[in-house]
Write a protein that binds this ligand. Structure first.
Ligand code: ADP
Length: 367
């Protein structure tokens, strides 16, 4: 059964901004679904409509099969964790966590039992009588999560909950929330602009752009089978490289870039896929890990492009190499050997066995 279902949900703000356009989405029991996309794509608005904090202009929203468009937030049985924690400064951690239960007239014993249980799960038992101001960012975020847990809601909603934390803590809280999801067996909907967060946490990911859902899929499918150029470029870091050009057929198919600098044979396996694109414009997409630095003495120096390195970024376990093809920046990602110096001339080999192709005008993946 779907826990949450959106049917053609649309939001037009006063003043006429259409923030969300006909979103259709089914979220199943115990699923962790991440809404991701660049700033302004409508992900928070979608989450806030699910929470009941924002009115739905058009479409239908169901929670456990019940139409809830007109049900107030407090009666939807959902709990939301915000980016800024939204803790009451004058209350202790215990009181903050207990507050929602008190409002709902739970008895004292039940409240205590739930708060202590949640505090144990989150490792904040020692702070229960402290005020939020003496806690670190990570501890405050745990309290905010604890306040949601004690309610035992049907659905947890998270709105960029880790954005205010430093990089290290963000990674730590990311795994903690994933663990929590498994431990509680809860349904969670999580909003972030960070594709790494989305990829590492989501069972399924909803990619939005300009208020429209572009693709809903599991992380690997998004990475390997993006439906369009936007998704292809959004998922993966560093981002996929794109080169405009066309497909030609000599005795085999080849990709030739617009500036003729790249002239690469295409694997036979793409023949069927690309035959209707012969002599037509197309965009080639190659992930950085599929562009290899080819040594001079390498036997196979086919498909090579010679370029001068602009920037070298040694990451420790790998190196990012930046170069330009006719004014267009290309990034290659290679194993960590001795990093070459910038301005070195190098040969790069494009491995098209995992290439992506996009229709140049529609930007849809060729399939
Ligand atoms: P995201 O969470 O993806 O950054 P939002 O859902 O916050 O995006 O916003 C989507 C669009 O709606 C943006 O263009 C934003 O400017 C607009 N918007 C958000 N909130 C309001 C509001 N209260 N009134 C008018 N426009 C809004």
């Amino acid at each position: 059964m779907e826990k949450v279902k959106l049917v053609d949900v649309t939001k037009v703000y006063e003043g006429g901004v259409t923030a969300v356009k006909k979103v259709n989405l089914e979220i199943y029991d115990k699923e962790f679904v991440v809404l991701v996309g660049p700033s302004g794509c409508g992900k928070s608005t979608t989450l806030r409509m699910i929470a009941g904090l924002e009115e739905i202009t058009d479409g239908k929203l169901y929670i456990e099969d019940k139409l809830v468009n007109d049900v107030s937030p407090k009666d939807r049985d959902i709990a939301m964790v915000f980016q800024n924690y939204a803790l009451y400064p004058h209350m202790t951690v215990y009181e903050n966590m207990a507050f929602g239960l008190k409002l709902r007239k739970y008895n004292k014993e039940e409240i205590k039992q739930r708060v202590v249980e949640a505090a144990k799960i989150l490792g904040i038992e020692d702070y229960l009588d402290k005020k939020p101001r003496v806690l670190s960012g990570g501890q405050r975020q745990r309290v905010a999560v604890g306040r949601a847990i004690v309610r035992k809601p049907k659905v947890f909603l998270f709105d960029e909950p880790l954005s205010n934390l430093d990089a290290k803590l963000r990674v730590q809280m990311r795994t903690e929330i994933s663990k929590l999801h498994h431990k509680l067996g809860a349904t969670m909907i999580y909003v972030t602009h960070d594709q790494t967060e989305a990829m590492t946490m989501g069972d399924r990911i909803v990619i939005m752009k300009d208020g429209v859902v572009n693709q809903i899929d599991n992380p690997l499918n998004l990475y390997n089978k993006p439906v369009n150029k936007f998704v292809a470029g959004f998922i993966g870091s560093p981002a996929m490289n794109f080169v405009d050009g066309k497909i030609i057929k000599e005795n085999i198919l080849k990709f030739i870039s617009d500036d003729n600098s790249l002239n690469i044979p295409i694997e036979n396996s793409y023949e069927d896929l690309l035959k209707s694109y012969v002599d037509k414009e197309i965009t080639l997409g190659v992930r950085p890990e599929d562009i290899h630095a080819a040594g001079d003495n390498e036997l196979d120096v086919k498909n090579c492009y010679e370029a001068v390195l602009d920037v070298v970024e040694p990451m420790g376990n790998e190196i990012f190499l930046y170069f330009t093809i006719n004014g267009k920046e290309i990034i290659a990602r290679t194993a960590a050997v001795d990093p070459p110096e910038p301005e070195t001339k190098m040969k790069f080999q494009f491995d098209l066995s995992k290439a992506h192709f996009f229709d140049k005008s529609t930007e849809k993946a060729v399939k």
